[in-house]
Design a protein around this ligand. Structure first.
Ligand SMILES: [Zn+2]
Ligand SMILES: [Zn+2]
Length: 330
């Protein structure tokens, strides 16, 4: 029996036992084809062919996957080729299959290879930190904008993207209201990536057409975007910068006039500016944000149009009275 035939017998006997999650699809001299699956998203097919002078030269490896990034597969193929070169003169198929399985286990972030590349390219600058920790499948990120920062540890679960990324140890030096809002909102963004909307859209039930989406890039993009934008934003009423250059100078008392408020559309106001703006006509059609013309909704301001009109009239009357008194006393 030739060397290849002997090796194929060995592969048939052992492959599914020694390479976890493997399925031998074909095992003939022209082609060995093995599926290796850790989860439905960490799944690839290894195709191996023998060159004429095998095992003096190394096996020809091709990796295929509908899920994993083609760039990652290219990289992994060349690592496998150099592994195979170490085995010249010896059986190479089983060691390479084991090597591929090991790679999937030891590099859990490979399921978001393209997202990570895109985040690095679009969102991260040299002043920031972006570190992959394959060992515990997490990404540490620290982004800076002026004197403000955001730090977060993001866990990519094994069943990603069917399960969302998890935000651990997220922290910023933005005022507490923004810190809370950013973290809550990023959780909401990741939830929406895997849960269908509650209401039906069109005739088809949303559940039938809904597919879980990758949540890493949407979440990181939101977090980084907020940190970049907030320190630059102006109050929509007085047009002054909302957050001070020194984060320790930010107003943290949530009922103070200079406390920064975020209204429904995302634009910012000082609390005192928001109150003045909301109390000033025109009231018709509801008060709209000067920045984007969207209606203003805010927890601290739930007043109907009619009441605002009355308050304004009352305020004006009182102002006139005060002016009369001032005139009288002069
Ligand atoms: Zn203002
Ligand atoms: Zn707005």
């Amino acid at each position: 029996m030739g060397l290849i035939a002997e090796e194929l017998d060995e592969v048939k006997k052992l492959c599914e036992h020694v390479v976890q999650g493997s399925k031998l699809v074909s095992c003939v001299p022209t082609m060995v084809r093995v599926e290796i699956r850790r989860t439905s998203y960490k799944h690839l097919v290894v195709c191996i062919q023998f060159p004429a002078d095998y095992p003096k030269s190394c096996i020809i490896i091709e990796l295929k996957s509908k899920i994993l990034s083609p760039k990652l597969l290219d990289g992994l193929t060349s690592i496998c080729e150099s592994e195979a070169k170490k085995l010249l003169g010896k059986p190479q198929v089983l060691p390479i299959l084991k090597f591929v399985r090991n790679f999937i286990d030891e590099n859990p972030l490979s399921c978001c290879y393209d997202e990570i590349a895109s985040i690095r390219k679009k969102l991260i600058t040299e002043a920031d930190e972006f570190k992959l920790k394959q060992k515990n499948s997490t990404i540490s990120i620290k982004v800076c904008q002026e004197s403000y920062f955001l730090k977060a540890k993001i866990l990519v679960p094994d069943e990603y993207p069917e399960q969302t990324v998890r935000l651990d140890e997220a922290e910023t030096n933005l005022p507490p209201m923004f810190n809370r809002w950013i973290i809550a909102q990023s959780k909401e963004i990741s939830r929406q990536c895997i849960e269908p909307p509650l209401f039906k859209k069109g005739k088809q039930s949303s559940k039938e057409i809904f597919q879980p989406k990758a949540s890493l890039e949407p979440v990181v993009s939101f977090l980084v975007g907020q940190l970049r934008q907030l320190p630059k934003e102006n109050c929509q009423f007085c047009k002054e910068k909302c957050l001070p250059p020194d984060p320790s100078g930010a107003e943290v008392n949530e009922s103070a006039g200079k406390h920064v408020e975020r209204v429904y559309c995302g634009h910012l106001f000082h609390l005192c500016c928001l109150i003045t703006y909301m109390k000033t006509p025109p009231f018709k059609g509801g008060k709209r944000c000067p920045g984007c013309q969207q209606q203003i909704y805010h927890d601290k301001w739930r007043v109907g149009e009619g009441l605002a009109e009355k308050r304004w009239a009352h305020h004006e009357a009182r102002q006139r009275e005060l002016e009369e008194v001032a005139d009288f006393l002069q």
